[in-house]
Design a protein around this ligand. Structure first.
Ligand code: ARG
Length: 555
């Protein structure tokens, strides 16, 4: 990373300096603010110190030529990178694997997706899928081993409800298909809201299923098969994939062992017939409720399955980190689970809750269809497709695969540019515009660069020159990839990478509008321009792919 290189370089001097990115990029590229701290220590004025630093850097840089300008302004030291430094860095990015990004080698489990069997996927499931997949690919690109688990909600009350419906509808198991599930689940969930007896009956069925009732298990297998097939189809459309298709149900065989550990550690307490773990800490600003491990009727809960699943993951994989990409509203649940794990010393993996905000409509409330329900994923995909097609005549003739890629770009680029934890307003019309910070804008940019590269040959190596301001700005942007990438990786916020890619695309558009490559007669200059375009295009394509966006054949 450039900051590191510069810090390393300047560590040859006697000061302890810290180079940071410039606050005012129009004036310089990097800056050093240490004169003020040093001034106090050395009882000199910041201006004097600043000028001393400038002189010493200039002396050091005489033979190395990292900087084209080093100056002290009001005590701040401003650094401007030399053309040579920028071009050397570009060459290294080009030659080395993965643009020379430094690598790590951890084992990271990612838990995202989390769809619930027998319930239709909705817009919230799109966020975890899009974010989780992007975070996984970023972690893997960074060199880590990743294991992704879809962690199906496959043992909850909804299953008991649908089994109840099957029995009462006298449905033949062979006739259970997606249409039936899509009809039966909402019908049942309305029914149990009105009728406590039926609700209790459904809970009983669920509990017996969990206890191993073989009759119910037959129903369960069919429901799961039909539902998972559809879930896989939707994920395929979104290019989201998982190494493991485990679910809450798979954790049941690890519950006895987990319970034994909690018991042995003296963490299980009785409370109104239930078994709970007190997870509160003195430092908590408000009192946190205990984790319920086992209900008074002997049933296990969502919390139990998450605790047992971590035990399972620890024994099978010994991960360094486990990442959960789940709705912000489940934060308390995960605090309870994580604290229980640490208290019982079940795993020393770093457990990370990566919450995300809600997708809202114009009214600021969770996004709904005109009919008032949460839109299915299929309807969102179709909406994006129809709007894109309506924007330009001819779009309707594009291939299904190209349209799929465009729909993905529209939805993903809109989602990922938001800070993960924030809500955002779903405005498909805005998202599908070709101008603005949108997926289609990004795709157009890449396709335009492709076209330039396909029509011109590059014969010479990159020179040490930079020709003008837009040129410099674009090259500087390219060499800042690692800093944006690392920020996205470290914070698990793909928005840092997406913001960077958008800025890169804007700089690239500026570049070719101001520099006419086709008519350029200076052979070296033309080659250098093509090289910059080529590097921009490579970075855009490779990084867009990391956030799940691939380029259609044309637009
Ligand atoms: N199925 C859950 C839901 O829809 C999400 C699962 C998240 N992952 C987990 N390990 N709890 O709310």
């Amino acid at each position: 990373m450039i900051n590191e290189i510069l810090n390393n370089y300047l560590s040859k001097l006697d000061y302890n300096l810290n180079v940071i990115s410039s606050n005012r990029p129009e004036i310089c590229d990097y800056q050093i603010n240490d004169s003020f701290k040093l001034a106090k220590e050395l009882h000199k004025s910041p201006l004097v110190i600043g000028n001393d630093i400038v002189n010493d850097i200039n002396e050091l840089d005489k033979y190395n030529n990292y900087f084209s300008k080093v100056e002290c302004v009001n005590g701040f030291v401003n650094l401007t990178l030399s053309d040579k430094f920028i071009n050397d860095y570009l060459r290294t990015m080009d030659e080395k694997d993965k643009f020379n990004i430094s690598l790590e080698h951890k084992k990271i489990i990612l838990d995202y997706g989390g769809p619930n069997v027998a319930k239709p996927l909705h817009v919230g499931h799109m966020r975890t899928a899009i974010l989780g997949e992007a975070i996984k690919r970023i972690c893997a690109y960074k060199g880590n081993e990743t294991i992704s688990d879809v962690h199906l909600g496959d043992y909850g009350l909804q299953i008991g409800e649908v089994i109840y419906a099957i029995i009462h509808d006298k449905k033949d198991l062979n006739d259970i298909d997606l249409d039936y599930l899509n009809e039966a689940y909402p019908r049942m969930s309305a029914l149990v809201k009105e009728n406590d007896d039926i609700k209790e009956e459904c809970a009983r069925i669920t509990k017996e299923l969990q206890d191993g009732n073989s009759e119910y298990h037959k129903y369960y297998e069919v429901i799961k098969k039909v539902s998972v097939e559809d879930i896989k189809r939707l994920y395929k459309y979104l290019d989201v994939s998982f190494d493991l298709w485990e679910g809450e149900s798979d954790s049941y065989k690890y519950i006895p062992k987990t319970e034994e550990i909690l018991e042995k550690e003296g963490l299980l307490k009785e409370s109104n017939g239930a078994l709970v773990v007190d997870i509160s800490k003195d430092s908590d600003s408000k009192e946190l409720p205990p984790l319920i491990f086992k209900k008074s009727n002997g049933a296990y809960l969502y919390t139990t399955t998450d605790v047992a699943t971590i035990y399972e993951r620890e024994t099978k994989y010994q991960p360094d980190n486990i990442l959960y990409v789940v709705d912000n509203r489940q934060e308390l649940h995960f605090i309870q689970v994580f604290r229980t794990i640490y208290k019982a010393d079940i795993s020393d993996a770093k457990l990370e809750f990566l919450g995300y905000g809600t997708v809202n409509g114009e009214d600021g409330k969770p996004y709904k269809t005109r009919k008032g329900d949460a839109p299915s994923l299929d309807s969102l995909f179709n909406e994006a497709k129809e709007i894109f097609i309506s924007k330009k005549s001819g779009n309707e003739n594009m291939s299904d695969e190209d349209l799929r890629k465009i729909v993905n770009a529209i939805l993903k680029f809109a989602d990922l540019q938001n800070n993960r934890v924030n809500d955002y307003i779903f405005d498909i019309n805005k998202f599908s515009n070709v101008v603005g910070k949108t997926g289609p804008y990004m795709l157009y940019t890449v396709l335009r660069l492709d076209k330039i590269l396909n029509s011109e040959d590059r014969k010479l190596a990159l020179s040490d020159k930079i020709y003008n301001d837009v040129d410099r700005k674009l090259r500087l942007k390219i060499i800042n990839l690692e800093s944006a990438f690392n920020k996205a990786y470290e914070t698990r916020m793909p928005s840092y990478l997406v913001d960077y890619l958008y800025d890169l695309a804007v700089s690239a558009n500026d570049f070719y509008q101001n520099n006419h490559i086709a008519s350029e007669t200076d052979e070296q200059k033309k080659n250098d321009y093509l090289y910059v375009i080529y590097m921009t295009n490579r970075v855009l394509k490779e990084m867009l792919h990391l956030v799940g966006i691939d380029i259609p054949s044309y637009m």
